[in-house]
Design a protein. Structure first.
Length: 434
């Protein structure tokens, strides 16, 4: 019995989601379905040849080196205590305000996100750094974990965002411009999260206590302690924005810079360096496995002409470009309940991107929109990857408690998404000046 290409595509998606529900790693699931479907339609020989060529091309491509380099930079920064210094510095300046420890956590998450590029790493780090401090001052568990979950999502927005880098690799967009495009939306996110905390503090005055006012001497000392992450960020992003580095070179310079700064401060032992290399290698291997599986699945989609058919379907609905965009965003919100951020981007962007360009949207702006929607998926129920990470680190809270604390920040994210759709220049202005 012969199946049409449309039927094979539908069967492929059903099998793919079935494998993911059975907890098969998403990269393996996409690769298996992609190779099997391609082999059925084109032939077993070309399918097996495609596996070898694709795997070798991904792991040896110079452009893809941006991922392990930035992961190594983040691993060294985390290992050498930069996250704790950022939190302590922010706490010295705003800890005395009502909800000040929450505001300090958001500020420190933003700073750490700018040198780690990973939402999960940011959430895990501040679960150990900020949560005990907030609990010591009597902050409710729901608020403390909700702030950390929301702050962790900033890792997906600020450069060097690994999700933005993967989006750029898939869509052949300039990764440097994507990184720069994330800065203003990231600052908007930080500002809106802080305003949300201030509103919660005003609405429930007895809920969020204030810490003591730090002396100016303590504040000055705290500023002296954060020179390292600040220098690293300015060096990497300044070089990228000024055209001194390509994104891959910026990753290498960032990893080297983080190691040299940590060595100069006497904080990077041989064991720390080995542990950072091992952590970065493991994470990069996981990302590359998903990328290889996604590209194999992409060949299968190309043979079945799924992207073209999805484009025809969306443009044929008779919706305005804004209406079609809202439909796509709703799809991402639903998918956010089912899979993690990286899998969502890698699986859907090859299918959706042709429709987005056909509707006339700027691909750099759409990349930021995608990442913001992915951020929302990291914290909204019933999955919320950041929530699972926090639960793993902080044993004395329930999932329902964390989700309760996250609700105000989910609403804030929805408003922020609407603002960026209404004012795309927030994302496109800085890249346009490169």
């Amino acid at each position: 019995m012969e199946f049409s290409s449309d039927a094979v595509a539908v069967i492929g998606f059903v099998v793919l989601f079935g494998l993911m529900l059975l907890r098969v790693p998403v990269g393996m699931a996409m690769g298996l379905v992609g190779v099997s479907g391609f082999g059925y339609l084109v032939g077993g020989g070309p399918a097996l040849k495609m596996v070898g060529q694709t795997s070798m091309r991904i792991v040896t491509d110079y452009t893809f080196g941006v991922i392990p380099m930035f992961l190594l930079m983040g691993a060294i920064a985390s290992r050498t205590g930069m996250s704790r210094e950022l939190f302590q510095a922010a706490n010295r300046f705003v800890g005395h305000l009502r909800g000040g420890l929450g505001i300090a956590t958001i500020a420190a998450c933003a700073g750490f996100a700018a040198i780690s590029g990973s939402s999960v790493a940011t959430a895990a780090t501040f679960s150990t750094v900020a949560y005990p401090e907030m609990r010591r001052f009597g902050y409710p568990k729901s608020f403390a974990t909700g702030v950390i979950a929301a702050g962790g999502t900033l890792g997906a927005m600020f450069p060097p965002s690994i999700v933005l880098a993967v989006y750029g690799l898939i869509t052949q967009q300039d990764i440097g411009k994507l990184f720069i495009a994330g800065i203003l939306p990231g600052l908007l996110a930080v500002s809106m999260y802080m305003v949300t905390i201030a509103v919660i503090g005003a609405a429930r005055p007895g809920w969020l206590p204030a810490a003591r006012v730090a002396s100016w001497q303590e504040r000055y000392q705290a500023i002296k302690d954060v020179w390292a992450p600040l220098l690293l960020f300015v060096f990497v992003i300044g070089g990228l924005y000024g055209g001194l580095f390509t994104p891959t070179e910026a990753g290498g310079m960032g990893a080297g810079g983080a190691a040299l700064i940590s060595l100069a401060r006497g904080r990077l032992s041989r064991a720390d360096l080995l542990a950072s290399l091992l952590q970065a290698t493991r994470t990069a291997a996981a990302v590359f496995t998903v990328l290889i599986g996604a590209i194999l699945f992409g060949y299968f989609l190309t043979v079945t002409q799924t992207p073209q058919k999805v484009t025809e379907f969306i443009t044929g609905l008779g919706l305005s470009p804004l209406g079609a965009l809202v439909l796509i965003m709703l799809m991402y919100l639903v998918l956010g309940c089912l899979m993690d951020a990286m899998a969502m981007v890698i699986l859907t962007v090859p299918i959706i991107f042709p429709a987005v360009t056909a509707l006339g949207f700027d691909p750099i702006w759409f990349g930021v929109i995608i990442v913001m929607t992915v951020e929302l998926g990291l914290i909204h129920p019933p999955v919320g990857m950041n929530v699972f990470v926090i639960k793993t680190v902080v044993q004395d809270v329930s999932f329902s408690t964390i989700f309760y604390g996250v609700i105000p920040f989910v609403l804030t994210d929805i408003v922020r998404l609407a603002i960026l759709i209404a004012f795309p220049a927030i994302a496109t202005w800085l890249p346009g000046r490169m």
